[in-house]
Design a protein around this ligand. Structure first.
Ligand code: NAP
Ligand code: F7E
Length: 366
């Protein structure tokens, strides 16, 4: 019998990669989707209609829908990835973030208990390096104290502790993966890495003048999302239910990410000024197709992207995951990650540009 997995957040970056991964392992995969006025499911469109992939309407804010769905699907494993996952947005919508990211975890746990599946159904909780927040040590490991520093992180801290509580109180196999930032070609377009790779592509192709960013000094431990979903599965295959830090053990600033991304788009940057006055200026371009010239200001700082409190020094220690899960944190390097994201976005921007030109020519859009 094929194992049955239920994924919340299936339409997200991680949900889409995890679906592919589990289908590849022979699982029957069920995903939760929610109603929206536009059916925008780009990341999983290629899986829809395939025999072992099933979608169901439910919502993390709707206990009854979760209880009914867990009862219907009878999952062997639940991957709880659904969240309002944008840290800056959590300052604007803190109550919604708490409802989905904190109480939502409790709703999943209770849905499993209500259906009497607590002895058979394993649960993975998408926890985060944001728990370390205003960091108390560098690098951060499973034993580093938490100091959450945003409404998002505080909500996720509840998720972390309620998972631990149900593990101890009811002997449930439920675990948190404390994942550091992981990115990809499917990353949401308002997270800093994707915002940079898309802008670098548009600027190189003459479709955008300048990229506005916030804190350029912020340090992150960035990995590749495709590598990280394997760990979610490995955590649930481990003999005992435990929490794991998943990270590469290498950190870079936002400025370093931008420098490398522009390099792959054919633009060499130099940086001038400090703080709000810092600018990324074109020093050199590679090839005659790049649509900007030496001296153009292509990156500037805007206070709109500063956060009331910002997490500035994340570096994970993946020793436990390496030792106990046999996971390789370095299978995709930072350099490879930036290159693959820019390559993808250069093609995406070209395609969009060509389509628009064709539509204009045919009078489909004016
Ligand atoms: P993402 O791309 O933002 O995806 C979030 C998913 O949650 C989407 O499928 C979204 O559905 C769904 N969702 C949001 N609110 C919901 C609700 N009320 N009911 C049902 N579904 C809802 O996030 P991601 O990058 O894949 O991250 C996956 C999980 O890992 C999240 O919990 C995130 O907080 C956590 N995490 C991410 C990282 C990272 O670096 N990516 C690191 C650590 C932890 P819609 O498509 O309908 O919006
Ligand atoms: O910011 C700085 C910003 O929004 C990274 C989520 O997946 O990872 C993600 O959260 C850093 C921050 O990701 C801009 O201030 C500068 O210091 O890409 P981000 P995040 O906040 O680290 C964790 C692990 C999660 O769990 C979350 O779900 O970059 N930054 N300028 C900027 N950030 C954004 N978004 N936009 C800027 O213009």
């Amino acid at each position: 019998m094929a194992k049955v997995a239920l994924i919340t957040g299936v339409t997200g970056q991680d949900g889409s990669y995890l679906s592919e991964f589990l289908l590849g392992k022979g699982y029957e995969v069920h995903g939760i989707i929610r109603r929206s006025s536009v059916d925008y499911r780009e990341r999983i469109a290629h899986l829809e209609g395939t025999p072992h992939f099933h979608l169901h309407y439910a919502d993390m804010g709707d206990s009854m829908s979760l209880v009914k769905l867990v009862g219907k699907v009878q999952p062997d494993e639940i991957y709880n990835l659904a969240a309002q996952s944008h840290v800056q947005v959590s300052f604007d919508a803190p109550e919604f973030t708490a409802d989905v990211d904190a109480v939502g975890v409790l709703r999943i746990l209770e849905a499993v208990r209500t259906n009497h599946l607590e002895k058979t159904c394993k649960i993975y909780q998408a926890s985060t390096s944001e728990l370390y927040g205003k960091v108390e040590e560098v690098p951060q490991s499973e034993t580093t104290p938490f100091h959450p520093y945003s409404p998002y992180a505080v909500a996720k801290l509840y998720g972390y502790w309620i998972i631990k509580e149900y593990r101890e109180a009811y002997d449930m196999f439920c675990c948190s993966g404390i994942l550091f930032n992981h990115e990809s070609e499917r990353r949401g377009e308002t997270f800093v890495t994707r915002k940079i790779t898309l802008a670098a592509a548009r600027i190189a192709q003459g479709l955008q003048d300048c990229l506005y960013l916030g804190n350029l000094d912020s340090l992150r431990d960035w990995g590749y999302a495709k590598d990280y979903v394997e760990c979610m599965w490995l955590i649930l295959q481990h003999e005992t239910p435990e929490d794991f830090v998943i990270a590469t053990g290498v950190q870079h600033t936002v400025r370093e990410f931008a420098t490398l991304a522009f390099h792959h788009a054919g633009i060499e940057l130099r940086w001038e000024g400090e703080g709000i006055n810092e600018k990324g200026i074109v020093e050199k371009v590679q090839g005659d197709k790049v649509q900007c010239t030496k001296g153009d200001v292509v990156v500037a700082v805007s206070p709109d992207f500063y956060r009331p409190t910002d997490v500035v020094n994340l570096l994970g220690d993946p020793t436990k995951a390496k030792r106990e899960l046999g996971w390789n944190p370095q299978s995709t390097s930072f350099e490879q990650l930036v290159e693959l994201m820019v390559k993808h976005d250069m093609q995406k921007v070209t395609r969009e540009h060509v389509n628009l030109a064709e539509f204009l020519e045919k009078g489909i859009v004016k």
